[in-house]
Design a binder for this molecule. Structure first.
Ligand SMILES: Cc1cc2nc3c(=O)[nH]c(=O)nc-3n(C[C@H](O)[C@H](O)[C@H](O)COP(=O)(O)OP(=O)(O)OC[C@H]3O[C@@H](n4cnc5c(N)ncnc54)[C@H](O)[C@@H]3O)c2cc1C
Length: 382
C-alpha cells in the first residue's frame, strides 16, 4: 500500500501522540504509525509522577547517603522545562479527560521527601522556602510529625519535607487518552513496523512492513529506538535506552497511605490500591528481563522507608526503557528538510510530552528547523 498525509508520526508513545494531537489541530492531516498497541513501551508503564521540583528516583541510591540541595531538586534547566510542562498538564488534562472519556486517575497526594543527614535537612530548608514562594507549599517535618502522618513511614531524626503540587496520573490511561484525543481530531492510527525513512524531493517516504507512507513531513518519535531510524539519514542523536524496573506490591493493610514517600526510591500507594516501588536505572541496552538485582534493591529500599514493605507480595515486576540523553533533556529538531526528531524524555517524558508536542507543532507552523526552546534543541548536540 501507499498512502499520503501531511505528517506521518513514527511512534504512538506520549511524545508521538501529544505531537500528533497538537499538529492535527493546526489543520494538517496526520497518520501515526506504531508496531505495537498504544502504551506497550515506557509510556504505558511509567510511574506517572508529574513533579516539576524534585529529582526522579531512578537511581542506585541507598539510604546511607548525604545529598546536597542540587541532588534533591531538579537541576535548573530541567526544572524550567518541567514547570512549563507541568502547567500544560494542569491546563489540558480536564480537556483530555473530557474528549477521551478516560479518567486518567489524577492523584493529588503530596510528596514526602525524607532526609538522611543534617546536610540534606539544611538543603531541604532552603528548598522549602524557595518552593513555597513558587506556589508549591512545602513544610519541613520532624521525625515525630512524620510518624503522626503515618506511623508506618520510617523517618530518621533529620525528618523530611512535605511538598504539595507534584501529583500522579496513571500512565497507561493517560497515553490511551491522548490516542483517543488524537483520533477524535482525525488522526489515523495504524499498526506498522517502520524499517526506514527516506527523504524525497517533496517530502519523505516511510517504509514499513505494511507498505509505504508518503508525507510532507515525518516526525520520528520512536523513543529509544529513534536513533536506529535517524542514523541511516546521516544523523546520530544521543539517545539510549535506560532500563527502568518497578515493583507493584500488595500492601498488607487496606489502609491507603496518602503521601508519596520519596527517598532512595519512590513508594506510592496508587489509585489501583497497589504500592508502586520505583525505579531502577541500568545501562544494559534493550534487555527486557526483570532482574533479581533490581527486585532486591527496590525491596531493600522500600523496607527502609516503610515498615514491612519488603514483605509485601509482589504482584507485578515491570521493565521499560527511558529514552535517555546526556543532559536528561529532550532532543527536538529537523534532521533533514522533511524529517524532525522528537524524543529524549528520559525519566520525565510523561511530564514533558505536551510541551514537546506544542514545540513541534509550532516548528511546522513557522517552517522552522528548530524549536523555540533552546533547552530541547537538537542543535546542542549536532
Ligand atoms: C521505570 C520508568 C518510570 C518512569 N516514570 C516516569 C514518571 O513518573 N514521570 C514521567 O514524566 N516520566 C516517567 N518515565 C519516563 C517516560 O515513561 C518516558 O520518557 C516516555 O514514556 C517516553 O515516551 P516516548 O513516546 O518518547 O517513547 P515510548 O513510550 O518508548 O514510545 C515509543 C513508541 O515507538 C514505537 N516504535 C519504536 N520503534 C518503532 C518502529 N521501528 N516502527 C514502529 N513503531 C516503533 C514503540 O512501539 C513505542 O510505542 C519513566 C520511565 C521509566 C522507564
Amino acid at each position: 500500500m501507499s498512502a499520503r498525509s501531511d505528517v506521518v508520526v513514527v511512534g504512538a508513545g506520549v511524545f508521538g501522540l501529544a505531537t500528533a494531537w497538537q499538529v492535527v489541530r493546526s489543520g494538517r492531516s496526520v497518520t501515526v504509525l506504531d508496531r505495537a498497541p498504544v502504551g506497550t513501551e515506557a509510556s504505558g508503564w511509567a510511574l506517572g509522577r508529574l513533579d516539576p521540583l524534585l529529582r526522579g528516583s531512578g537511581s542506585t541510591g541507598t539510604v546511607e547517603r548525604d545529598l546536597p540541595a542540587e541532588q534533591i531538586a531538579k537541576p535548573e534547566a530541567q526544572q524550567k522545562l518541567a514547570l512549563d510542562s507541568y502547567q500544560l498538564h494542569r491546563e489540558l488534562t480536564p480537556q483530555i479527560e473530557e474528549i477521551s472519556g478516560i479518567d486518567v486517575q489524577v492523584d493529588e497526594q503530596p510528596t514526602l521527601q525524607l532526609f538522611y543527614s543534617e546536610q540534606e535537612r539544611s538543603a531541604g530548608a532552603d528548598l522549602a522556602s524557595a518552593w513555597s514562594s513558587m506556589g508549591f507549599p512545602t513544610e519541613l517535618m520532624s521525625q515525630g510529625e512524620i510518624a503522626s502522618l503515618d506511623s508506618r513511614i520510617l523517618a530518621r531524626q533529620f525528618g523530611g519535607a512535605l511538598v504539595k503540587g507534584p501529583y500522579f496520573v496513571d500512565s497507561l490511561r493517560f497515553v490511551r487518552a491522548l490516542a483517543s484525543c488524537a483520533r477524535h481530531e482525525g488522526v489515523e492510527l495504524e499498526t506498522a513496523s517502520v524499517t526506514s525513512v527516506e527523504s524525497t524531493s517533496d517530502g519523505a517516504t516511510v517504509h514499513t512492513d505494511q507498505g509505504h507512507y508518503e508525507a510532507a513531513t515525518v516526525i520520528l518519535a520512536a523513543g529509544p529506538w529513534t536513533p536506529g531510524l535517524s542514523e541511516p539519514l546521516g544523523v546520530e542523536i544521543p539517545v539510549h535506552p535506560s532500563k527502568g524496573e518497578i515493583l507493584r506490591l500488595q500492601p498488607k493493610s487496606s489502609e491507603r497511605f496518602g503521601v508519596h514517600v520519596h527517598g532512595p526510591c519512590s513508594l506510592v500507594n496508587k489509585k489501583d490500591g497497589l504500592v508502586w516501588v520505583a525505579a531502577t536505572a541500568a545501562e544494559v541496552g534493550f534487555d527486557r528481563t526483570p532482574s533479581d538485582a533490581a527486585r532486591e534493591q527496590l525491596l531493600e529500599n522500600a523496607g527502609k522507608m516503610m515498615t514491612g514493605a519488603d514483605d509485601w507480595p509482589i504482584l507485578q515486576h515491570t521493565v521499560c526503557f527511558r529514552p535517555a540523553t546526556p543532559d536528561d533533556l529532550p532532543v527536538v529538531g529537523a534532521i533533514s528538510d522533511n524529517v524532525i526528531v522528537a524524543t529524549g524524555g528520559g525519566g520525565s517524558g510523561i511530564v514533558q510530552c505536551l510541551y514537546v508536542g506544542q514545540q513541534v507543532s509550532a516548528m511546522l507552523e513557522s517552517a522552522s528547523p528548530e524549536p523555540d526552546s533552546e533547552l530541547i534543541s537538537l542543535r546542542r548536540f549536532v
